[in-house]
Design a protein around this ligand. Structure first.
Ligand code: FBP
Length: 340
């Protein structure tokens, strides 16, 4: 497996990189920079709790259930509240939406309103929290579409291609902040000794193909025959096409897609007989990750349609996801369409 060793990047902090990014937008007001800066602060506060999980009473569950019927984890709730508190007063946002909350999260009346909309999955991979396995936060940013006043669902339910920024924060062996504002995908690693995110992965480009597939194969018997045939194909012996592919599945989407971004391959969460729309949420998971992977030269679809073209109809709707190296996503689509 050929890993993509990050290019030796110039010594640059995330803050500096965000501000320099404004050069691409002469009309910039600094509000998007303020928003991204707020997220990096929230990330550091969540990281502090993640790194001492197991030593303090932050593991385990709350007695609360979220809209998806999952029991909310304490660290999930902490991350949710920390992001909201870091973002509600800066004057950058008109509304937020979190995977952990049924309804829109409006900006308190005593704080200034801004033009941006923030959606976030406070802690992705929550099933892995208590086992100390890599987890992460995913975020997605749009500009409001309604002229003024209290923001509405119309401001939030926008197609993914209208995002102005997206990213994820990886809580793994080190903490990374990976983001995109339409000018490349860039990764920053926290240097705890100086408390700064430093540029470590400049302009990430995903390989066009890669002999790695990532999915929960335990659902095999629930899949449609074409999906079963596709996975069967990846497991066949054929050195010329690099098969059999290797199976890698952490069970935290941020970790599985971060690896796919660096090494190539495909991550899938298909629909099945039990969950025809799969498990992953369009607004909090599939749209932001698809924006990042496409901007890194990859592809993302629901098996048939481009994720970023899907018109959302509900805040917590789910869609199947096939994301990663372009050639791998195209091959999956051909199998699902019965063309192979
Ligand atoms: P959460 O955001 O609730 O954690 O759910 C998403 C997720 O945990 C993904 O990170 C992961 O890829 C997937 O669900 C794992 O699902 P499964 O346990 O069915 O394989």
């Amino acid at each position: 497996m050929i890993s993509q060793v990050p290019k030796a990047s110039k010594l640059m902090t995330l803050e500096r990189h965000i501000i320099e990014g404004e050069r691409h937008h002469p009309e910039a007001t600094g509000k998007l920079s303020g928003l991204l800066h707020g997220l990096s602060l929230a990330a550091k506060l969540v990281w502090r709790e993640v790194t001492k999980a197991g030593l303090v009473n932050i593991l385990g569950t709350t007695d609360r259930m979220n809209i998806s019927g999952d029991v909310v984890k304490k660290l999930d709730e902490f991350a949710d509240q920390t992001i909201y508190r870091a973002m509600d007063h800066g004057g950058d946002l008109c509304v937020m939406a979190s995977e952990e909350n049924e309804d829109l999260l409006h900006i308190p009346a005593n704080y200034p309103q801004g033009k941006y909309v923030l959606l976030y999955d406070p802690l992705d991979g929550s099933g892995n929290i208590d086992a100390n396995i890599t987890i992460g936060t995913i975020f997605s940013v749009y500009q409001r579409v309604t002229p003024s006043g209290m923001a509405t669902l119309e401001d939030v339910l926008q197609e993914g291609y209208k995002q102005v920024a997206a990213g994820y924060i990886l809580f793994g062996s080190s903490m990374m902040f990976v983001y995109c504002t339409g000018h490349g995908v860039h990764g920053f690693t926290l240097d705890p000794s100086v408390g700064e995110f430093l540029l470590s992965h400049e302009d990430i480009r995903i390989p066009q193909r890669g002999p790695v597939y990532s999915l929960n194969q335990g659902n095999f018997n629930r899949w449609e025959p074409n999906m079963q045939r596709y996975i069967g194909h990846l497991q066949e012996e054929d050195a010329k096409t690099g098969r059999p592919y290797s199976l890698r599945y952490v069970g935290s989407m941020v970790a599985d897609i971060h690896r796919t971004l660096l090494y190539g391959g495909i991550y899938c969460y298909p629909g099945d007989a039990k969950n025809p729309s799969g498990k992953l949420r369009l607004m909090y998971e599939n749209n932001p990750m698809s924006y990042i992977v496409e901007n890194a030269g990859g592809a993302a679809s629901d098996g048939r349609r481009r994720i970023l073209d899907l018109k959302p109809t509900a805040l917590h709707e789910r869609t199947p996801l096939f994301i990663g190296s372009t050639e791998e996503v195209r091959m999956a689509e051909e199998f699902l369409a019965g063309k192979r």
